[in-house]
Ligand binder design. Structure first.
Ligand SMILES: Cc1ncc(Cn2c(C)c(CCOP(=O)(O)OP(=O)(O)O)sc2=O)c(N)n1
Ligand SMILES: Nc1ncnc2c1ncn2[C@@H]1O[C@H](COP(=O)(O)OP(=O)(O)O)[C@@H](O)[C@H]1O
Length: 568
């Protein structure tokens, strides 16, 4: 090597980019500022995609969904302290939902932070992050950038996926070292998601529970969708003949109109099943913690497939824990499923009877013309349009808008529905939509309650700036849950749940060059949505919804505390 090659230097900026490129992490969702602006510029100059947001929470949400869709950690990049804190909400949400992402934030120098000497945007970010994410690391020396990124990547995707915080002090980026030497420190992580093979006796125990079952049920969670073991899961359901229930983000793993789907008889099968095979689903609040009246009086036997061993017995005793990655576990069950008798005709007929009854009732509700348009009228249209466009990504949040959309809008392909998930968080709309559209390149429809939309509405400018094929439908019922509450004092302030009446969200997107539609009937909604999806451009449809149609907190009304004190 010539002399100047020996003295040729590289720096932290370049090594961070080299570490991302070496691991095929080619998209950064972030928001620039000291000390990362030049790092973001360099990323773009070096061929990575940099998607700049208006608030770091939504950049983080986009990174989380990128991780969920690709099984590689989504990358979010922010400035120190306030930027880091805005990203932390998304990092915590990703961790709660088991989505792999890495939040990379610039930070202050340790010597100033540790003496609390009041640095610009001073904060002990590493320790602030630790309670809310799966792992948190800081890189202090340029020669550690390769290993630091390897640790962060492996922590995000191995075992139960989750959020990782990576703290980059500003001075690290400016450090230099000989380029030749630096090259040796950067590497692609080998087998970051090692297969976790279940033990043979655990497989046998699980098959025994299924053999002893009279009324078996398979419950598919978003872990099953994330695992991308779609063929194995479909074969297990169809070869066993066992009815299945998809949790909201597992919809589409099998088409929602599949004959073995028990979704339309959900309450019946949860109460009546005597053996439940959980695949990547936790028995948390979304499943009434596996006990109480939702699960009926009869004792149940649970089989739980999960990669996280200590998820077992979190709420109720699990008769057959099956620990490993879902692909491996389902693959092992498939080898023995022929020895499991098919479910009895009584069980299947009872479910189908319930399904037919409930679907007829729903069809009747959906057929009713309501004026002004209500949730059902609008969602019937969206159901029909999605059926014609099964590749469309569907993002969904709100209360009534979330609950009804989950039940009414069928999904036909895996990993196409992205919603408020385990935390029931509002504000994921635009971030998830941007992540899904950037990663897939496919049209994306966000079905938003008007309050939910408000959390990320400013990112419409981001959607328009990158000309993303995202159609946002705002279910505008003038408020949170509904728009009719009154201020009991008669004072000038509106009630806590009420918004500007007949707000025109369709005009917001026009401010950024997008197309706005204002619709008041299902026919108008159908025309607008069909046109917007075909155009593949940023659009927003302001769908006027009957402001009296909603219920408080949608399906979750019972979670609200109510006072025992007599009303004065
Ligand atoms: C971050 C955050 N803030 C507040 C809430 C509380 N919340 C809020 C504010 C909801 C919005 C419901 O109103 P909407 O207009 O979005 O939906 P509908 O009109 O369809 O009910 S749903 C819900 O649980 C939340 N879940 N997450
Ligand atoms: N590849 C995988 N193999 C096995 N389990 C997984 C895998 N990925 C995620 N999981 C598990 O899936 C579960 C997802 O549960 P949850 O988020 O509650 O789903 P849902 O809300 O749809 O019921 C988590 O317990 C997580 O550990």
């Amino acid at each position: 090597t010539t002399d100047n090659q020996n003295t040729q230097l590289t720096d932290g900026f370049h090594l961070v980019i080299d570490a991302l490129k070496a691991n095929d992490l080619n998209t950064i969702f972030g928001l620039v500022g000291i000390p990362i602006t030049d790092l973001c510029r360099l990323a773009q100059a070096e061929g990575l995609r940099f998607i700049g947001f208006r608030h770091e929470q939504h950049a983080g949400n986009a990174a989380a969904i990128a991780g969920y869709m690709t099984q590689k950690p989504g990358i979010c990049m922010t400035v120190s302290a306030p930027g880091f804190l805005n990203g932390l909400t998304a990092l915590a949400n990703a961790t709660v939902n088991c989505f792999p992402m890495i939040l990379i934030s610039g930070s202050s120098e340790r010597e100033i932070v540790d003496l609390q000497q009041g640095d610009y945007e001073e904060m002990d970010q590493l320790n602030a992050a630790k309670p809310y994410c799966k792992a948190a690391y800081r890189i202090n020396h340029i020669e550690d950038i390769g290993i630091g990124f390897a640790r962060a990547i492996r922590a995000a995707v191995s075992g139960r996926p989750g959020g990782v915080y990576l703290d980059l002090p500003a001075q690290l980026l400016a450090q230099t070292m000989p380029a030749e030497e630096a090259k040796k420190t950067i590497f692609k992580v080998i087998d970051p998601v090692p297969r976790q093979i279940p033990a043979a006796d655990a497989v046998a125990r699980a098959l025994d529970v299924l053999k002893g079952a009279k009324r078996p049920l398979i419950l598919l969670g978003k872990g099953a969708a994330y695992a991308q073991a779609d063929k194995e899961i479909r074969h297990l359901v169809e070869k066993s003949g066992i009815p299945y229930l998809p949790m909201s983000m597992a919809k589409g793993l099998l088409p929602d109109n599949h004959p073995q789907s028990a979704s339309a008889a959900r309450s019946f099968v949860l109460a009546e099943a005597d053996a439940v095979l959980l695949i990547g689903a936790r028995l948390n609040w979304l499943l009434a913690h596996g006990k109480g009246k939702t699960w009926g009086k009869e004792p149940k036997k649970f089989i739980q497939i999960d990669i996280q061993a200590n998820e077992v017995d979190s709420n109720v005793q699990i008769a057959a824990p099956l620990i490993g990655d879902i692909g491996s576990c389902v693959g092992e069950l498939l080898k023995g499923i022929a020895s499991v008798p098919k479910p009895s005709a009584d069980w299947i007929n009872a479910i189908n009877e319930k399904k037919d009854k409930n679907m007829a009732k729903m069809a009747e509700t959906l057929a009713k013309e309501a004026n002004p348009m209500n949730f059902h009228g609008a969602l019937r249209v969206i159901r029909d349009v999605i059926k014609k466009n099964p590749d469309v990504n569907l993002v969904n949040e709100g209360a009534n808008t979330l609950d009804y959309c989950r039940a009414i809008v069928d999904m036909y392909k895996p990993r196409k529905r992205f919603d408020s998930g385990t935390w029931g968080i509002m504000g994921i709309g635009m971030g998830y939509s941007i992540g899904a559209a950037v990663i897939s390149g496919l049209p994306t429809v966000a079905v938003e309650g008007d309050s939910a939309f408000g959390f990320s509405g400013m990112e419409l400018e981001t959607v328009c700036r990158y000309n993303l094929p995202i159609t946002t439908i705002v279910f505008n019922n003038n408020g949170v849950y509904r728009g009719t509450d009154k201020n009991p004092t008669g004072g000038a302030d509106v009630a806590p749940t009420v918004f500007v009446k007949d707000a025109r969200y369709d005009k917001m997107i026009e401010a950024f060059g997008g197309v706005g539609y204002y619709v008041t009937t299902p026919a108008e909604l159908e025309a607008a949505l069909t046109e917007a999806i075909a155009a593949g451009k940023p659009a927003l449809i302001n769908a006027v919804i009957d402001e009296t149609a909603g219920t408080e907190s949608g399906r979750l009304t019972n979670l609200n505390p109510s006072t025992a004190a007599a009303k004065k």
